[in-house]
Design a protein around this ligand. Structure first.
Ligand SMILES: O=P(O)(O)OC[C@H]1O[C@H](O[C@H]2O[C@H](CO)[C@@H](O)[C@H](O)[C@H]2O)[C@H](O)[C@@H](O)[C@@H]1O
Length: 376
């Protein structure tokens, strides 16, 4: 057996890794140590192609990177994060509370058509251990219903569209499930019904059989990992690790990688204690937002004011679109400061509800005022 130090560049993540390998024969390589290596000075650089067949060193590097990122995104691993109750929290000056700035927000929206985009988990419902029990409260449902009675409203979720509909149970809304890959407009009879048929758009229809296969494979491969939960979101699959012992995260990441490796047409994104496998197509919550504005006939108008509220990394695509369009803004739901393209923050779903209720109250008063003007 020989010991060898090599440097591996992972083309997908762009990470350089220093790896110490024990090579016992032509086909067996054991990774003994591995660390990010910006300076590759004394190492031999190899590529996957130079390794014996079956040795997936890039895979090992990627799994390590995933596990690091799984750890980094877990609040228990952030060293004393500044809490948003702390006035000195670093992002507060640039990203004020949407409740504190409510009047300024309303002023900016004057004379424009507000369109509401709402993420589901962590925004309308609190984060809970069991994804099947992430119910929204009746008070939140009532707030969303009232908002939707005044403004076109869409729920944009990573979940399968039917499932998120079962949680929300409001008919007058647009629903974009599977991270926006499955969009359905309100039915006939709704005031937001457009054209002659309800809007129905699936950006990744051809991936349905593959995703269903991948779901089954992941169920099988993770069944021995205590606490792992695989969720079929129709056009994507979620592998939850919220209830998995941290010592098993690497094993879980390995199983996910083993499925992804054989399916280059799929890619991985990460949410809150969840790995998400989805088609590697140019479609995300930001694209879904633009599609919805187009469907509403509002995409090319300057008097539109879209507001997107979400808590997850995947919501950043939508925040970014709004920032680039210079229209409306994003509100990040988070108790912990983080890099974001949103303009404002709210701490948790209860504050989202306060915000929605204030919006309804303000609009009602505004409409009453306009009516009185008309009458007078
Ligand atoms: O886009 P979203 O509506 O925010 O959906 C993203 C994922 O949300 C769900 O998982 C998250 O919430 C669960 C319930 O609170 C929690 O247990 C899990 O740890 C969170 O990641 C949902 O189950 C996923 O399928 C969605 O992709």
């Amino acid at each position: 057996m020989t010991k060898q130090n090599v440097a591996v560049s992972d083309p997908k993540s762009g990470l350089n890794m220093a790896i110490t390998m024990a090579v016992s024969d032509a086909s067996i390589v054991t990774i003994m140590a591995q660390k990010p290596a910006p300076d590759l000075g004394s190492f031999i650089t190899i590529s996957q192609k130079m390794l014996p067949k079956g040795v997936d060193v890039n895979g090992a590097a990627r799994i390590r990177a995933w596990v690091n990122s799984m750890r980094a995104s877990s609040p228990t691993h952030i060293n004393s994060p500044p809490s948003l109750s702390d006035d000195n929290a670093s992002w507060v000056p640039n990203h004020p509370s949407a409740l504190d700035m409510f009047d300024q927000i309303i002023n900016a929206s004057r004379g424009k058509q507000i369109v509401m985009f709402l993420d589901y988990d962590g925004t309308l419902s609190p984060i809970v251990e069991d994804p099947d029990r992430a119910f929204m409260s009746d008070a939140m449902r009532s707030a969303v219903r009232k908002v939707a009675s005044y403004f076109p409203t869409a729920i944009v979720s990573g979940r399968c569209r039917d499932k998120v509909y079962d949680f929300v149970r409001l008919a007058d809304l647009y629903y974009a499930g599977s991270h926006g890959m499955d969009i359905q407009g309100p039915p006939k009879g709704s005031k937001y019904f457009k054209g002659s048929q309800a809007i129905h758009f699936q950006a990744a229809g051809q991936f349905l059989p593959l995703i269903s296969e991948v779901y089954k494979a992941l169920l099988e491969k993770t069944k021995s990992i205590l606490g792992a939960k695989v969720e079929n979101n129709k056009f994507c699959v979620s592998v939850h690790f919220r209830c998995v012992d941290e010592k098993k995260w690497s094993e879980l990441a390995h199983e996910v990688r083993s499925v992804l490796k054989d399916n280059p047409e799929l890619r991985l994104t990460q949410g809150r204690k969840v790995l998400e496998i989805r088609p590697a197509i140019e479609w995300d919550k930001g694209k879904a937002l633009v599609f919805l504005l187009q469907s509403l006939g509002l995409a090319n108008r300057s008097d539109v004011f879209p507001v997107y509220i979400g808590d997850d990394q995947t919501d950043e695509d939508a925040f970014k679109v709004l920032r680039e369009r210079g229209q409306g803004f994003g509100i990040l739901v988070s108790k912990i400061p983080r890099q974001t393209n949103a303009s404002y923050y709210l701490r948790e779903p209860s504050e989202v509800m306060d915000f929605l209720q204030r919006l309804v109250k303000w609009n009602k008063r505004h409409l009453d005022f306009l009516r009185q003007l008309d009458d007078g």
